[in-house]
Design a protein around this ligand. Structure first.
Ligand code: ATP
Length: 355
């Protein structure tokens, strides 16, 4: 498989809405994708991720900026000459062709000799775990199997960049989890550069080497899943990556690699560093970064306990609003709804977040 890099430089896209007003769908977006890297464009509905993907594919032309595939600007190159392939949410299989014919279609268009086509189709069916399914009509396959065929059809033409547009949204939860692992395995096995659009943070966390988190057409943060989850640059980034509790924080002292803070009068030293000296900050604690204790700076009353088998969620009313604490077994049976408790933080994983 070809190993190619992709680079977006100051890419913007302005649409006109039905009233003729300008909509800046993508606003000055720049990011790099290394050869073989799996990059996810993540963000809420309307943040511009699909438009960004469509510009990479060539279905939309940027209003401004450059898109480089292996250092060649492709913005003037039509989609079919761009060496990208897209896997869609709706599979897009031809119903009148069997699985093998569906997969072979792109190769036929490229005038690949029939004997090579047969070999390549057989090979790719093995890669996606559908050996022996070549003669079946797509309608006889499950959603997950159809999505695999769509993936095989995209992979078989050996594109430089594989693009995914929310490919798992139509699948049920179990199948989605299974396909997530499959996609990752296949992408790594084939070594292809991949861009994946989703609004599902779990998908982004499990699949990506790098996440590009978008908001309102702009990039909010770029980083590895760990970086964005553990060091969010903003409240938006922190909340988008998972449940988090915020507390007012006083910064007592900034040391070289840690910060001394005060929460409701109690002093802690935490590893997180504020990004600049003049901004306003909050303390961010994920549910796993809090504990219910006999002493602690935040007092509250247990409102609801949700038992989830391998952990429980405790929803606690406090002076700072509702706080959610994740508790692992063995569960303390004396903690019941209505009970007054204290909450303490786990300083090692607490974060200072720009408000
Ligand atoms: P979703 O997850 O809902 O698909 P998204 O993050 O992919 O959202 P886009 O589809 O890229 O977002 O849309 C970004 C913005 O651009 C939205 O405000 C959308 O309404 C607008 N937009 C997208 N395509 C067009 C178009 N062809 N004409 C006008 N406006 C458009």
């Amino acid at each position: 498989m070809k190993q190619v890099s992709l680079k977006l430089i100051n890419v913007s896209k302005v649409f006109k809405d039905f009233k003729g007003n300008e909509v800046r769908a993508v606003d000055n977006v720049s990011f790099d994708v290394q050869p073989g890297e799996f990059v996810t464009l993540l963000g809420p509905s309307g943040c511009g991720k699909t438009t960004t993907l469509r510009m990479i594919a060539g279905f939309e032309k940027p209003t401004d900026g450059m898109i480089l595939i292996n250092n060649v600007n492709v913005v003037e190159i039509p989609p079919w000459k761009r060496d990208t392939a897209m896997v869609f949410q709706s599979y897009g299989l031809f119903p009148h062709m069997n699985v093998a014919e569906n997969i072979a279609y792109g190769l036929k268009m490229r005038k690949v000799p029939p004997s090579d086509i047969e070999k390549k189709v057989k090979n790719i069916l093995k890669v996606v775990g559908l050996e022996g399914y070549g003669d079946r009509p797509p309608s006889s396959l499950s959603g997950g199997q159809q999505q695999r065929v769509a993936l095989a059809r995209a992979l078989v033409v050996e594109p430089s960049v594989l693009l995914f547009d929310e490919p798992l949204s139509n699948l049920d939860v179990l199948l989605r989890e299974q396909m997530r692992i499959e996609i990752k395995r296949i992408q790594k096995e084939v070594g292809i550069t991949a861009i994946y659009v989703t609004h599902d943070r779990t998908e982004a966390l499990t699949l990506s080497d790098k996440i590009v988190l978008m908001k309102g057409g702009k990039i909010e943060q770029i980083g590895s899943p760990e970086e964005i989850y553990e060091k969010p640059v903003s409240k938006f980034a922190a909340e988008f990556m998972g449940k988090i509790n915020f507390f007012p924080v006083e910064i007592v002292e900034r040391l070289e690699d840690r910060t001394v803070i005060k929460l409701n009068g109690q002093v802690y030293t935490i590893p997180s560093l504020p990004t600049s000296k003049s901004e306003k900050y909050v303390l961010g604690c994920r549910p796993e970064g809090l504990k219910i204790a006999s002493k602690g700076p935040v007092k509250g009353v247990i409102k609801t306990i949700v038992y989830l088998g391998n952990f429980s969620e405790y929803y606690i009313d406090t002076e700072f609003g509702e706080v959610m604490v994740k508790v692992l077994p063995p569960f303390d049976t004396t903690l019941s709804e209505g009970k007054e408790v204290h909450i303490d933080i786990v300083p090692e994983i607490a974060k200072i977040i720009q408000e």
